[in-house]
Design a protein around this ligand. Sequence first.
Ligand SMILES: Cc1cc2nc3c(=O)[nH]c(=O)nc-3n(C[C@H](O)[C@H](O)[C@H](O)COP(=O)(O)O)c2cc1C
Length: 190
Amino acid sequence: MQLTVFNGSPRGKGSNTKVLVDQFLDGFMKGNGNSYKIVYLNTTKDSDYLIKMFEEAEKFLLAFPLYVDSMPAIVKTFIESLESLCGRKENPDIGFLVQSGLPESIHSRYVERYLKKLSASLGCNYMGTIIKGGVEGAQAKPVWMNKKLFNSFYQLGKTFGETGKFDEEIVDRLAQPERYSKIHPLSYLS
Ligand SMILES: Cc1cc2nc3c(=O)[nH]c(=O)nc-3n(C[C@H](O)[C@H](O)[C@H](O)COP(=O)(O)O)c2cc1C
């Protein structure tokens, strides 16, 4: 299986997005014959190159941080550059990773709806959206504090590398908490 990943964080190689994607790819590469290509959207403005990468992809993962309840401008610019490919028969299967600072996944559900509609407009098979909140600071934490998180992304990548699908149980688990109860000390954030 061949996977093309676009990292849409303006922090590029210094991003939390990279840290999670790296774990996913480590697991993915355990599968026989699997290979991947990765592009950092913050390092290229060459839209012809990006479109070509998308056109040639078999499976495509667009990973980015939640910015202002939506997406970084570099991600939106890339998405808009795909307009001419809407409905193209050979478009890749597409999936997304949205990770955020706030811990509740409800903040990412609106952009998830958009991503699902986007996949339909492109005529891509929609593989799903992985949502993970509470990721800010992940890079600054000691290894043991990220162990569970990293293991989930590794396992997600591994099953994806075997089946071509996101494991729904892991996706559901990563998305917890969906929303804090009204009495939770952090509930004022939503
Ligand atoms: C300009 C900006 C806007 C952000 N907006 C949100 C937001 O609306 N909701 C949220 O939960 N986190 C928000 N965040 C936090 C990021 O999603 C979070 O820190 C993420 O882990 C950064 O990932 P990265 O290192 O891959 O860029 C924002 C961060 C920045 C810099």
